[in-house]
Design a binder for this molecule. Structure first.
Ligand SMILES: [Zn+2]
Ligand SMILES: [Zn+2]
Length: 132
C-alpha cells in the first residue's frame, strides 16, 4: 500500500463515512456521559444510604440513670433508645432548653416546664418551644 492510495482512502472515509464516524463518536460520548452520570448518582445514593445508616443525631434523656447527651440513632429506631451511659433502653428524646441550654425531656403534655429553669413549653401552640 503506497502513501497515495492511503491518503486517497482516508479522503474517501472522510467524504463518505466521515459523518457517520462523527455521529458514532458523539453517540459514544453521550453513552459515556450517561454512564458516568449514572455511576455518579449511584455513588451519591450510596453516600445517602451511608448517612441514613449512620442515623441522626438526637438529644436524649435517660429515665433510668438521668444521663443526658447526644446520641446517634437509626432513622427507624423508635424511642426509648438504649442509653449510652447505662445501657438500658430507657433514653427518651430530649431537646436543648432555650432557657438554660440543658438537655431536657421532650414531653407530650400540653404545657410543661423545664425542670432546671422553669421555662414553659406549650405544645398547644403546635410548636416547641414558644415564648412563655
Ligand atoms: Zn441511662
Ligand atoms: Zn431550662
Amino acid at each position: 500500500m503506497d502513501e497515495e492510495s492511503l491518503a486517497h482512502r482516508v479522503r474517501e472515509i472522510l467524504n463518505t463515512g466521515g459523518a457517520r464516524i462523527v455521529l458514532g463518536l458523539v453517540a459514544l460520548g453521550v453513552i459515556v456521559f450517561a454512564v458516568v452520570r449514572f455511576v455518579g448518582s449511584d455513588e451519591l445514593e450510596g453516600r445517602r444510604r451511608a448517612i441514613r445508616e449512620r442515623g441522626r443525631r438526637v438529644y436524649y434523656v435517660c429515665k433510668a440513670c438521668e444521663a443526658t447527651g447526644e446520641a446517634r440513632v437509626g432513622y427507624d429506631e423508635p424511642f426509648p433508645i438504649v442509653c449510652p451511659k447505662c445501657g438500658r433502653r430507657e433514653a427518651v428524646m430530649g431537646f436543648k432548653c432555650v432557657g438554660c441550654g440543658r438537655i431536657i425531656e421532650k414531653r407530650s403534655e400540653p404545657v410543661y416546664r423545664c425542670p432546671h429553669c422553669g421555662k414553659v413549653y406549650d405544645n398547644r401552640a403546635g410548636r416547641v418551644p414558644v415564648a412563655p
